[in-house]
Design a protein around this ligand. Structure first.
Ligand code: PLP
Length: 472
């Protein structure tokens, strides 16, 4: 018995022997000599351990096949598409807005060709990157001027650094929010070089609080749309319009960070009205900042709109260069914004809006179509129920407004939490990982964001209960 494993180990083929198989030759052709050799070594390493544990010695061509699987797995992009069935449409960890076909097309064109990024084709002179978007953004928001940067966090940082470096930024205590672990309003304000002047209380801030705080060393009055939480009960907030009047009277700019910042009234799509950028401008904010990849439905970006004299200062800030947008996202943003010029077709062309506006009836019908399929692949161990559920907008937008939706609740017949985790892992191991949410002893798949139903059906054909992770 004891001699057996050793003799088996001796029978393992050499790297060279495996390399001479036709499968390895095909692998070399596709992945190169060096990577293939490394993959064969890894395959041999694992085979050696398996043999020690009593497994049969694999044939050279089996080892080559194993190496090929490893090479293919390593080649698969790390940033892979997934099915977002979490029920959160703008899921920050899953990449927020899906951009429109028009936007990806514009991006692709800008990627492979030289573009007139900072070049005025008419005059042949140097142009400005903001020229591509300024007219468009101003037209959609009623603002005088506009610029774009990396994201809204950058927009806030840049504006505060420009207008309140070494000066005071007056902000209500009720608006000092945290947006995801690493972005806290007070921290970003401090890092921007502003001296934070907190006024009012968590639940109530009055005009007199602003009036007594604004003085000769005030750089800006800062208002934050507390998009990701709401205080109810005994509350008081100074409206944007009222605050604009106070700031104007005192000669200090009012900066309004809208966060999600929608360009249109969402009420027409059955969602709760969220203050639009146009409204914030009309209410008298001097500068408004908002995200490109939240409700706007475009690429990651931060938009700054408002008074031209202030934007001139913002653009002169050397930090602007470090925060500016690249040509790909400029192209995508331009194409996205252009969709807004035809509001009638917006809900059809802009994926974020299309998903948010999807009717619960439509989603429920899809759930009924897919239930038997899931039931079939999951077998007797799981119950698959068509359920009503609630989706969320996500990214801090409209936090308390959930949308009626539908989906599948999958629960293990023998009620163990471990079975649910294993199931969730098996769905994540599919060629296109399926991400749901675990809720009350069930894995819930909210189908609001499932547009590619045929893709899902094809994907499920690779399901293996252990989550073997079929590599195609
Ligand atoms: C989301 C958000 C931000 C940050 O925007 P990013 O585009 O994620 O950088 C800033 N302020 C508010 C109020 C937000 O909701």
């Amino acid at each position: 018995m004891t001699g057996l494993p050793t003799s088996r180990l001796r029978d393992l083929p050499s790297v060279d022997r495996v390399l001479r198989t036709s499968r390895a030759a095909a692998a070399v052709e596709r992945f190169g000599q060096q990577s293939t050799t490394r993959a064969i070594r890894d395959a041999l390493e694992e085979a050696r351990a398996a043999c020690r544990a009593g497994a049969e010695v694999p044939a050279p061509s089996d080892l080559a096949a194993d190496a090929l699987v490893r090479l293919k797995a390593a080649e698969r992009p790390s940033l892979r598409p997934v099915f977002n069935l979490t029920g959160t449409v703008l899921h920050t960890n899953l990449g927020r807005a899906l951009i429109a076909g028009e936007a990806s097309e514009a991006m692709r064109a800008a990627m492979g060709e030289a573009v007139a990024l900072e070049f005025d084709i008419r005059t042949g002179r140097r142009g400005e990157r903001d020229d591509h978007l300024r007219t468009l953004i101003c037209g959609l928001t009623g603002a005088e001027d506009a610029t774009v940067v990396n994201n809204n966090a950058a927009a806030v940082l840049l504006v505060l650094n420009t207008l309140s470096l070494g000066r005071e930024a007056v902000v209500s205590r009720g608006e000092l929010i945290e947006i995801g672990g690493s972005f806290r309003m007070p921290d970003i304000m401090t890092r921007a070089g502003a001296k934070l002047v907190e006024i009012g209380t968590t639940n109530r801030t009055h005009p007199r609080d602003y009036l007594s705080a604004i003085g000769p060393s005030t750089g800006v009055v800062f208002k934050v749309h507390t998009s990701n939480y709401r205080i109810d009960g005994f509350t008081a907030e100074v409206s944007a319009r009222e605050l604009a009047a106070i700031a104007r009277e005192r000669g200090v700019p009012l900066i309004h960070d809208l966060g999600s910042g929608t360009l249109i009234d969402l009420a027409q799509y059955g969602l709760t009205h969220e203050p639009t950028v146009g409204e914030a401008i009309a209410d008298g904010a001097d500068l408004v900042t908002f995200s490109g990849d939240k409700l706007l439905g475009g690429p990651q970006a931060g938009l700054i709109v408002g008074r031209k004299d202030l934007l001139d200062e913002v653009n002169r800030n050397p930090m602007k260069r470090a925060l500016r947008l690249d040509k790909l996202r400029l192209a995508a943003l331009e194409a996205t914004l252009k969709l807004y010029r035809n509001p009638d077709r917006l809900a059809e062309r802009l994926p974020t809006l299309r998903l948010l506006a999807r009717s619960a009836v439509d989603i429920a019908a899809q759930a009924r179509r897919l239930a038997p399929l899931f039931s079939n692949i999951l077998g007797d161990e799981f119950a698959v129920d068509v359920v009503e559920c609630r989706s969320q907008v996500g990214s801090g937008a409209l936090p308390l407004d959930t949308l009626p939706s539908g989906g599948l609740a999958i629960s293990p017949q023998s009620g163990s939490g471990q079975a649910l985790e294993t199931l969730a892992a098996a769905l994540r191991a599919l060629p296109v990982p399926v991400i749901g949410r675990i809720e009350k002893q069930a894995l819930v798949l909210d189908l609001r964001c499932l547009e590619d139903e045929a893709g899902m059906v094809a994907n499920l054909a690779s399901f293996s209960p252990g989550g073997g992770g079929a590599v195609v």
